[in-house]
Design a protein around this ligand. Structure first.
Ligand SMILES: Nc1ncnc2c1ncn2[C@@H]1O[C@H](COP(=O)(O)OP(=O)(O)OP(=O)(O)O)[C@@H](O)[C@H]1O
Ligand SMILES: [Mg+2]
Length: 457
């Protein structure tokens, strides 16, 4: 695993997000600092608190996008939650600590995947042997035969019409590996733990109960064996999963997951502004302030009980984001403000940014539409001037009406291409070129009529 330098992180983010250099820098530094902390001697390491970040900026300029991309780069448990999620029900909504449980859950599946990777080769070998045993239920090597019970022996003798020779097994193995058996069916026995799902509401949250019930009733409801007829590749996959489950040491996985959560965990707290005070200056309502109060200990460092044990939150990095147009970071509880020392502002997007957003990112809108229409055998081309016109129009609409940032490009593009998108299947395979004239023709009327553009663009 390669640890990216801040410069490398920024250049990775550049592949998807245009501009917003300051925000990219901050998150890159924060990510790198996690790694730096790991290198510091243990006694000092514990003293170094993460420098949490607030990203501020108008809607649709890339806040969430930066976090999403960062998540892929950071090979650490990364959870994105909306702060508003906790205000939805009742006064404080979902229990705020649940974000730590979710993060731990993520870490467990990451650690499991990693461990699975380690045992993959072995598990594949075992799965293949088991499948060959099933396909060829004949006499095994002598030593194995000794181990088998009386019943098994009888079965083997019955089924063994001719003694298995190493070469038939090897022949079959070759056929299996070459995919020659892929269309054949095989009957395999799968086990699935039958545990009734019971949802119980309690203070510790639903997730905890589900776990306890499994533990308590696990033995009462015995695992059920079921015979299933499946295609060979699927059988191999099922056996592989079973074998890798067996090879993985779950205690190790959990230990590693808790360590990863505590040391490398990152929580992206979106819509933070929505739980801050309101414009009217009356301060946040009970529910929002409640969420802030609940957040405090978690951000500050506390211990949360999860089904994998206690998880300390002291070193989890929090990256918050919000538009902060109706409220300011200073509307947050003072204690909470202090826990987010780094503030970065994201810039509004200009026509020039739009131009680049349309074409440069790996997942650029134009590229997306081209790919979509290619499936209908249509070669969609955009002239340079057309793209410029789209960018101009999008920024004009943003100026005149609400500024929704790059999201405007989506509405404009959708409107622009709606005729082609609709007719595409009926068109003979051909090349369609969008030029400036086409853009003007499709969009000017809507743009000119303010009422119309309010609804359509
Ligand atoms: N700077 C940018 N470069 C490339 N694409 C962008 C940029 N900013 C926004 N986009 C695109 O616009 C859309 C909305 O962006 P995003 O979800 O990041 O907005 P946001 O800043 O989180 O807004 P909100 O405050 O409403 O949550 C996404 O599809 C994203 O890819
Ligand atoms: Mg967002």
């Amino acid at each position: 695993m390669k640890i990216l330098t801040p410069r490398e992180i920024v250049s990775e983010l550049d592949k998807y997000i245009i501009g917003q250099g300051q925000a990219k820098r901050s998150v890159a530094i924060a990510l790198r600092n996690r790694w730096r902390r790991q290198q510091v001697p243990p006694d000092l390491r514990d003293e170094i608190a993460p420098k949490n970040i607030i990203m501020m900026g108008p809607t649709g300029v890339g806040k969430t996008e930066i976090a999403r991309r960062l998540a892929r780069l950071a090979e650490s448990p990364f959870l994105k939650v909306e702060a508003t999620k906790f205000t939805e029900v009742g006064y404080v909504g979902r229990d705020v600590e649940s974000m730590i449980r979710d993060l731990t859950e993520l870490a467990v599946s990451m650690a499991k995947k990693k461990e699975q990777e380690n045992v993959k080769v072995k598990a594949h070998e075992l799965a293949e042997e088991r499948l060959l045993d099933i396909l060829l239920p004949k006499r095994r090597e002598d030593s194995r035969e000794e181990e088998g019970g009386e019943k098994e022996k009888v079965l083997e003798v019955v089924k063994a019409e001719k003694p298995e020779s190493q070469s038939t097994r090897e022949k079959l193995r070759r056929l299996l590996r070459d995919g020659k058996l892929d269309s054949r069916n095989v009957e395999i026995e799968t086990t699935n733990q039958n545990v009734p799902m019971v949802e119980v509401f309690s203070n510790t949250g639903i997730e905890e109960m589900e776990f306890n019930i499994k533990e308590v009733f696990g033995n009462i409801f015995p695992s059920k064996k079921k015979k299933r007829l499946v295609k060979i590749p699927e059988a191999l996959e099922i056996l592989f999963q079973e074998e890798s489950q067996r090879l993985i040491d779950i205690d190790n996985v959990i230990e590693e997951a808790v360590r990863m959560t505590e040391q490398n965990g990152i929580i992206f707290l979106d819509e933070l502004d929505k739980i801050a005070g309101t414009e009217s200056g009356h301060g946040p309502d009970v529910s929002r302030e409640g969420v802030q109060r609940d957040l405090l200990p978690i951000v500050e460092g506390s211990t949360v009980t999860t089904k994998y044990g206690m998880v300390k939150t002291d070193h989890i990095l929090f990256i918050a984001a919000g538009a902060f147009n109706a409220s300011k970071p200073s509307d947050l509880l003072p204690e909470l403000q202090g826990r987010f020392p780094i503030r970065v502002e994201l810039d509004s997007l200009t026509r020039e940014d739009f131009l680049r957003i349309l074409t440069e990112p790996k997942n650029a809108l134009i590229t997306q539409y081209k790919a979509l229409l290619e499936t209908e055998d249509i070669d969609l081309q955009f002239e340079e001037s057309a793209i410029e016109e789209i960018a101009s129009m999008a920024s004009k609409v943003n100026e005149r009406m609400e500024n929704i940032g790059a999201r405007r490009l989506h509405t404009v593009m959708e409107k622009l291409l709606d005729e082609i998108s609709f007719d595409a299947p009926d068109m003979a395979a051909e090349k369609v070129t969008i030029d400036k004239k086409y853009v003007v023709k499709k969009l000017t009327d809507i743009l000119e009529d303010e009422n119309l553009s309010r609804y359509i663009l």
